[in-house]
Design a protein around this ligand. Structure first.
Ligand SMILES: [Zn+2]
Length: 79
């Protein structure tokens, strides 16, 4: 089975732009990540909420991938 990697990005909960993580800093539960990507938005994103959203996104991606693989298998066997 091929090793499939999902890329999940952390997005600002307010404006939906991608959050750039500061490489120097490690974030942990309880931290607030400031949105710096866009001009309008200067909101603080709650780390825990971001992880929640990202893990939901990851689950959806994995389910989607699994579904496509199953469809492929079924198509093959019914051809
Ligand atoms: Zn933002």
């Amino acid at each position: 089975m091929e090793n499939k990697q999902f890329s999940i990005s952390l997005k600002c909960l307010f404006c939906d732009c991608e959050l750039q993580a500061d490489a120097e800093k490690e974030f942990a539960s309880g931290d607030m990540l400031k949105c710096q990507e866009c001009q309008e938005c200067d909101e603080l994103n709650d780390y825990d909420a971001l992880i929640d959203v990202a893990s939901d996104e990851g689950k959806a991606l994995a389910e989607d991938y699994a579904k496509r693989e199953i469809e492929k298998m079924l198509k093959k066997s019914f051809k």
